[in-house]
Design a protein around this ligand. Structure first.
Ligand SMILES: C[S@@+](CC[C@H](N)C(=O)[O-])C[C@H]1O[C@@H](n2cnc3c(N)ncnc32)[C@H](O)[C@@H]1O
Length: 226
């Protein structure tokens, strides 16, 4: 049994329902659960997915990871689960190295170190397919210096950056501690985008997007003639 101050790290039930609804609606087959703790979010998603769905989970705390495996067994979902006992960035990089770029349908990001969300986002942009979704948890109250249960000033910047990221459509929903529903709308090289955002103005960004559009049109034309 966990002490209350640790147990509250677990996901609230209404959030589990949001996750199960989304993965079912999308018929997501390749899913990542970042920050698995004792397994609630991963189980909520596993229970509503098709039998061949696979969920890659990461949890650096060995005891929590063991507990998650126990709960998976009790819930009858172990066959869908893969546990990486490491940090989110390490697991995501490994999946990229294994050739999973553009293969992932859905990601739930709930790593306790909220200041790592920007790094997770960049890796997620490589792993997600166009149309794939990432849900960031705890993005509203944690970004507020007054109305908070834990204060992560960096989340304000993260929320701002997401709202200006042309690769995604993002919506911060004030449910529970706040969740951001984020859909990957287009493939765009993350490093090129960062360079333009640092140095350039709107014109440079427009030029980058125009270049990407031309690339996509060329790819489509090639498909049509093939
Ligand atoms: C709020 S809990 C996650 C709750 C979980 N999603 C659930 O459904 O109950 C955050 C978890 O992230 C883990 N964590 C901390 N830093 C991490 C990192 N860099 N990468 C992945 N997980 C991390 C913590 O050990 C903790 O178990």
């Amino acid at each position: 049994k966990l002490p209350m101050e640790i147990a509250v790290l677990g996901l609230p039930e209404e959030q589990g329902r949001v996750l199960s609804t989304l993965v079912r609606a999308m018929d997501a087959r390749r899913i990542l659960d970042l920050g698995t703790f004792t397994g609630y979010s991963s189980i909520a998603m596993a229970l509503s997915t098709a039998s061949d769905a696979k969920i890659a989970c990461c949890e650096p705390d060995v005891e929590y990871a063991r507990s998650a495996r126990d709960w998976w067994l009790k819930s009858g979902v172990s066959s869908k689960m893969q546990m990486y006992e490491c940090e989110a960035e390490e697991m995501m990089q490994k999946l990229l190295d294994d050739g999973e770029a553009g293969e992932v349908d859905f990601i739930f990001c709930d790593v306790a170190s909220r200041e790592r969300y920007p790094q997770c986002h960049e890796l997620a942009m490589q792993l997600l397919r166009v149309g794939g979704v990432i849900v960031y948890y705890d993005t509203l109250w944690a970004a507020d210096p007054v109305l908070q249960h834990g204060h992560y000033p960096a989340l304000r910047e993260f929320n701002q950056a997401l709202s200006e990221d042309p690769r995604v459509l993002a919506s911060l929903v004030p449910l529970s501690y706040g969740i951001t529903l984020t859909m990957k709308a287009l493939n765009l090289d993350g490093e090129e985008l960062a360079a333009v955002q640092q140095t350039g103005g709107d014109d440079d960004l427009a030029a980058l997007l125009t270049k990407r559009r031309a690339e996509v049109e060329a790819e489509l034309a090639e498909l049509e003639t093939a």
